[in-house]
Design a protein around this ligand. Structure first.
Ligand SMILES: [Zn+2]
Length: 539
């Protein structure tokens, strides 16, 4: 019997009730091609394309090698026939091989060459993952390599240069020994080489750790990433802002969020994302002001291996990482003119180029930007490009400062108190009336972030169950102690001096602010301070 005489009906043995099936004496199983396709998809999505390709290639290799081994044992004559391999590959239902050629591997021609039609693997890849930019018949080339290597008694590698999975009309493969392939084999070889599951998982774990490290670092860079519940809104001003935010979330336009630092602009950006159709996709935030132009470019657009010192591997940027989702560009006003041009191009063309690469990559993201600068002024002064400004500011959301939403101060302070108390493991349950009054009186130049810090400070040093005036940070406390007479009556001059000096300390020795708060002229303050100094008091 020769290879051409092989017939599936004679090779396959089974009982009509099923249970155990044999193919040429080996137990085999039937799989639904689509289920295998789904497994492939899951491998790619959970482990990345390289690890998935490795696993599937070696799975195919083992299959091919096992097939050759058992053939040699059971049917040595058929094993000697060089056409048995492609025939068995077809009998397994994997593809239809045509135009196969065999050479003696002595000249430039490949040892084996074949055209594959109807590859189940290309079909499944297209079905679940769409058209690929590389050949995808990994189990098939693995099978051919495993079979022929055992048959020829030396390592033979198949490379697929044309593949239906990347849009070619037919798959085409060639098999050669390592020496004959030369450098061409190098990019393919790692997928054949046995790397244990442990090694794969170690690599994955390392990648994960690296990613987590980068994430933590980025979280630290993003000063506004502290999860401020600025969305607590009793005040009319904040309610209007939130109402606009929710409406804006439903459309796809670019949004710019403005407001003083610490008002919680990132929380607004996050809310836009969470309430948008992109909610299931990534939300990625970057603080443009925290990075140099070069770093920011590589962070946003990614880079190719070797594009600069230290770029030891290809790296995707935040634009690609946020694909399908929302990219939040905080402190957009700090971006350099050169970077503004690159951002504008990315937004207009909806594609990016990694640093050190010419290939454009399409991205689908929504941009939400934020700034505490007045961008209109920046545009007029020529520091911010007008075209980029208009592209970013299709809709503007202004987040009011905390002093314009005083109704929100205590509810927010209570949320922060509860959180801080839980973290600190103590039982601080509220504020004394004096402390609450002072929270309301203070003007919060640092906004929500300052409020959160102040409450954390109070909780940390509080010894009772309620945070007192004395637990608040010094700059928040009113300078004057209660106006009661203790002991003998003192000179008014002394009291005034102590009060003025306390006011100076409370404003961090800011003379303009002290004068304004005391409601006296700056010249008067200078005169008083000079007088105190002359009289030997420490100013
Ligand atoms: Zn293919």
């Amino acid at each position: 019997m020769q290879a051409k005489d092989l017939d599936l009906r004679e090779l396959l043995s089974f009982t009509p009730e099923g249970g155990v099936m044999h193919f040429m004496g080996r137990r085999v199983l039937m799989f639904d091609a689509v289920a295998l396709g789904l497994l492939r998809k899951e491998l790619i999505e959970s482990m990345g394309i390289s690890a998935a390709r490795s696993i599937l290639t070696r799975f195919g290799y083992a299959h091919g090698r096992r097939t050759a081994e058992s053939l040699k044992e059971e049917f040595p004559k058929l094993f000697a026939d060089s056409w048995t391999g492609p025939k068995l590959h077809m009998l397994h239902g994997m593809m239809v091989a045509e135009g196969a050629k065999r050479n003696d591997d002595s000249g430039a021609a490949p040892l084996v060459e074949s055209f594959w039609h109807e590859s189940y693997e290309a079909e499944q890849h297209l079905l679940h993952l769409g058209r690929s930019d590389m050949s995808v018949c990994w189990t098939l080339t693995g099978f051919a390599s495993g079979y022929v290597s055992y048959w020829a008694g030396k390592e033979i590698y198949f490379i697929e240069d044309r593949c239906c999975g990347k849009g070619d009309a037919v798959c085409h493969v060639e098999g050669r020994s390592k020496e004959k392939w030369g450098d061409k084999l190098e990019p393919h070889l790692p997928y054949f080489q046995s790397e244990s599951g442990d090694e794969i998982f170690k690599k994955l774990a390392d990648t994960l750790k690296e990613t987590e490290k980068r994430l933590k670092k980025r979280q630290r860079q993003l000063s506004c990433l502290d999860d401020t519940p600025c969305v607590t809104a009793r005040s009319e001003a904040m309610r209007k802002t939130l109402d606009l935010t929710r409406r804006v979330a439903k459309v796809e336009s670019s949004v710019i969020v403005t407001g003083e630092s610490g008002v919680g602009k990132e929380r607004i950006a996050r809310l836009i994302h969470d309430e948008s159709a992109r909610a299931a996709r990534p939300f990625i935030a970057v603080n443009c002001g925290a990075l140099t132009e070069t770093l920011l470019e590589s962070e946003l657009f990614g880079h190719a291996k070797g594009s600069f010192t230290g770029a030891d591997k290809d790296s995707i940027g935040l634009f690609e990482a946020a694909n399908g989702g929302t990219l939040f560009l905080d402190e957009i006003g700090e971006v350099s003119p050169g970077m503004q041009v690159k951002l504008l191009r990315a937004l207009q063309e909806r594609e990016i180029r990694r640093v050190g690469e010419n290939k454009p990559r399409a991205v689908d993201i929504r941009i939400v930007a934020a700034t505490n600068r007045n961008l209109v002024e920046e545009v007029l002064a020529g520091r911010f490009r007008q075209d980029l400004f208009y592209r970013l500011r299709v809709i503007e959301i202004k987040v009011p400062p905390l002093r314009e939403r005083t109704e929100d101060i205590l509810p927010l302070a209570r949320i922060f108190l509860e959180e801080a108390s839980r973290r600190a493991g103590n039982k601080v349950t509220g504020f004394t009336p004096e402390a609450a009054d002072q929270l309301l009186r203070y003007d919060w130049p640092g906004n929500i972030r300052e409020l959160q810090n102040a409450v954390e400070h109070a909780v940390a040093i509080c010894i009772g169950s309620r945070a007192t005036l004395g637990d608040l940070p010094e700059e928040l406390r009113p300078a004057l102690p209660k106006a009661t007479v203790v002991g003998s009556i003192r000179h008014l001059e002394d009291i005034e001096r102590e009060y003025v000096l306390a006011a100076m300390r409370a404003t961090g020795n800011n003379r303009n602010r002290t004068a304004a708060e005391l409601n006296i002229g700056i010249a008067t303050l200078y005169r008083k301070l000079k007088g105190y100094e002359k009289a030997g008091h420490t100013v």
